[in-house]
Design a protein around this ligand. Structure first.
Ligand code: TYD
Length: 140
């Protein structure tokens, strides 16, 4: 699948296979993760099939998102193009740049999301209103 949404890219993490001893997957800042990592968070316990997360964009923070267990769908919107992507492999993630509206749905019961972020949490850099997002994108 090719991404047509701006400020987004697939990330493929290298896998080191150890046969019966499992798989080790590695991510380095300024390497597979294209920024300095200041924050990591993870999301789990997504047992409600109607769960919706995201519904926002970031003005300054860049993120890299992985589904390290299970699967879910993420709808990306750069203000012009929209695209839905399914994340279902632990080593295949998405780079989410600035000004990218995203909505996450269809989480499997066992789903665990792992997110790397380029800065500390700051509610002021979030855009949580879609019309404000469109207005700000238009002015970029
Ligand atoms: P939010 O970013 O809206 O989650 P999602 O995009 O997955 O729906 O954050 C949910 C809540 O958690 C919100 O009250 C802010 C808080 N939060 C922090 O306190 N620190 C963080 O690093 C993050 C990501 C969220």
């Amino acid at each position: 699948m090719t991404l047509k949404v701006k400020n987004s890219a697939f990330i493929n993490l290298p896998k080191i296979k150890d046969g019966r001893d499992g798989i080790l997957c590695v991510a380095e800042q300024n390497n597979q993760i294209p920024f300095e990592i200041k924050r990591v968070f993870f999301i789990y316990d997504l047992h409600d099939n109607s769960a919706i997360r995201g519904k926002h964009a970031h003005r300054t923070v860049e993120q890299a998102i992985f589904c390290i267990r299970g699967d879910f769908e993420i709808q990306l919107d750069d203000g012009q193009n929209k695209q839905s992507v399914k994340l279902e492999k632990p080593n295949e993630g998405l780079y989410l740049g600035r000004y990218l509206w995203n909505v996450m749905t269809k989480f499997s019961d066992d789903c665990i999301l792992l997110v790397f972020a380029s800065d500390f949490y700051d509610e002021n850099e979030y855009i949580r209103d879609y019309q404000v997002f469109i207005d700000e994108v238009d002015k970029l």
